[in-house]
Design a protein around this ligand. Structure first.
Ligand SMILES: *[C@@H]1O[C@H](CO)[C@@H](O)[C@H](O)[C@H]1NC(C)=O
Ligand SMILES: *[C@@H]1O[C@H](CO)[C@@H](O)[C@H](O)[C@H]1NC(C)=O
Length: 200
């Protein structure tokens, strides 16, 4: 019977995922990327139905590691309906995160989406802050999933000894990003590490 709570959690996540953006009124509506936008709607206008092909529902944008040659030794590739036509009106985005050893994604939030973070490779410390400023963080490993509730500031740090690869699903076709650390200070890596290490 241990699978019942898990099933319930998965069901809740699925209901949440399916209900975040506005409900779809047709099977699909791949983004019309070539036509000049003359009307402005909540989302993107649909492609001419006679021109829709399977390639509208495929993306190769996460097929390789992002460029981690930077100060934070990390790369996030987020693919929204703007970059992946098939996602338009479906209420989902996907992302890939690559973290070198000690690499990190600093505090940020997505105002319109909950994010599930799946570890494909590596050991990562992931956490978020709630509206009471309480920190919830834990180490996640290959095969684990962590969830960042909608709108709450979150981060992740590679605390393992190899490169980490993570994939996310977000329940909005346009999750948005508010970068909290960058808003008022340049991220100081040593300080962030001390902060994180104090909590481990
Ligand atoms: C549909 O595809 C054809 C052939 O690729 C192209 O010539 C035409 O402009 C497209 N129509 C629209 C509305 O995008
Ligand atoms: C990833 O996708 C790009 C663009 O479609 C393609 O050029 C590249 O060969 C792909 N890389 C791999 C490893 O499949």
């Amino acid at each position: 019977m241990t699978s019942s709570p898990l099933f319930f959690i998965l069901l809740c996540v699925c209901i949440k995922i399916c209900s975040a953006d506005h409900q779809n009124l047709q099977d699909f509506c791949p983004t019309a990327t070539t036509t000049k936008q003359t009307i402005f709607v909540n989302g993107f206008p649909c492609k001419d139905p006679s021109n829709i092909t399977a390639s509208d529902f495929k993306s190769s944008k996460m097929n390789g590691s992002g460029d981690t040659d930077n100060f934070l030794r990390s790369a996030v590739t987020i693919v929204t309906a703007a970059d992946f036509p098939g996602l338009n009106t479906l209420g989902l985005s996907v992302a890939r995160t690559d973290l070198e050893v000690d690499g990190m994604v600093v505090l940020h939030s997505h105002p319109r989406a909950t994010e599930t973070l799946f570890v494909y490779k590596g050991v990562v410390l992931a956490g978020f802050l709630d509206t009471q400023n309480q920190l919830f963080q834990t180490k996640i490993r290959e095969g684990d999933v962590f969830v960042f509730p909608r709108g709450l500031p979150h981060f992740c740090v590679n605390v393992g000894f190899e490169v980490a690869t993570l994939y996310s699903v977000l329940n909005s076709q346009n999750p948005g990003e508010v970068s909290i650390s960058g808003a008022y200070l340049e991220p100081d890596k040593d300080m962030l590490h001390k902060l994180v290490n104090n909590y481990i």
